[in-house]
Design a binder for this molecule. Structure first.
Ligand code: GUN
Length: 297
């Protein structure tokens, strides 16, 4: 039986629709327009594309987009001064500094200078700690998107065996904490894990977030398991040109899995949708209002 394909593009459009409804309500009932500030330092081409897409989608759901594009030579002190200004600005509810920052700037110092209540990336150590202790946190966007898709597909995740492959601060670790919060039995696997195939074969849920193209073959997957592929890797096509692939070998995994996210069109579109969801959540909390249901962890 071929796996159900989890359509992240359609799901992300639904999430953006919900965000737009909440934004309209905040405007109509409270006279508040959520604002997201995105800071880009330098001219990394991939970052420029991300930042442009974030700004475009922010405006599309009715929020204010504030973009700060700084020279690659901007000093850390100048960047910290901008963050301080955005922290103090009541019209800014979410702040994101696009990573990576240039080498002369310490990314952790910048992230931890953002007001945790405005940290819509969920990278500030306070939010990491809140998530790790099961308290209300701003949750990193990609793992939040994965969780939303898993909840939508399964309803309850309670008691399921989940294996997260990859231990990054941005995806692997927060994903594991979110799955634990939904009462999964969670294993974090990584490059030093002994007998990775056997570990993955025990999983009802596999989240692959390693950044290695097509690393997980179908014969590692337990029949009927759900496979969430966070990878976005560009590889050469034999006939010339390139194509995007995930961290799992899609064709062989789709033959065995119960459900699978494709690349592209799976997890990818959910990341910006969740950034917008986090911005609405931050705006609601800043104004003493309940965060929208279904858009938070
Ligand atoms: N660079 C690549 N992904 C991300 C992300 O999710 N947030 C930020 N701030 N930078 C990134």
């Amino acid at each position: 039986m071929a796996a159900t394909v989890i359509d992240g593009k359609a799901f992300a459009a639904k999430v953006r629709g919900q965000v737009a409804e909440h934004v309209a309500r905040l405007k109509a009932e409270h006279g508040i327009t959520p604002g997201l500030a995105v800071v880009l330092v330098g001219e990394d081409p991939a970052s420029q594309v991300y930042v442009r897409n974030k700004g475009k989608q922010t405006v599309e759901v009715g929020m204010n987009s504030i973009e700060h594009k700084l020279e690659a030579t901007t000093s850390q002190d100048d960047l910290l001064a901008l963050i301080a200004k955005l922290n103090a600005d009541p019209s800014v509810h979410g702040i994101l500094c696009q990573l990576p920052v240039p080498d002369h700037i310490d990314g952790d110092t910048i992230i931890n200078a953002i007001d945790p209540a405005k940290d819509v990336d969920g990278f500030h150590i306070s939010n990491v700690g809140l998530l790790g202790t099961g308290q209300d946190a701003m949750v990193p966007c990609t793992p939040l998107g994965c969780l939303m898709m898993l909840r939508d597909h399964h309803g309850s995740l309670s008691g399921m065996n989940a294996v997260v492959i990859g231990r990054s601060n941005i995806v692997g670790k927060p994903m594991a904490n979110l799955l634990l919060g939904d009462s999964c039995t969670v294993t974090i696997a990584h490059s030093r894990t002994a007998d990775l195939p056997a570990v993955v074969r025990g999983a009802d849920i596999v989240v692959a977030a390693v950044g290695r193209p097509q690393m997980v073959p179908g014969d590692w997957i337990k029949p009927g398991a759900t496979v969430i592929d966070v990878g976005i890797n560009r590889i050469d096509k034999p006939e010339g040109g390139t194509r995007l692939v995930g961290d799992v070998d899609y064709d062989s995994c789709a033959e065995v899995a119960g459900a699978i996210t494709p690349v592209p069109g799976g997890v990818g579109p959910m990341t910006i949708a969740c950034l917008l969801a986090n911005t609405v959540t931050a705006c609601c909390r800043a104004n003493g209002l309940d965060a929208p249901q279904g858009l938070t962890a």
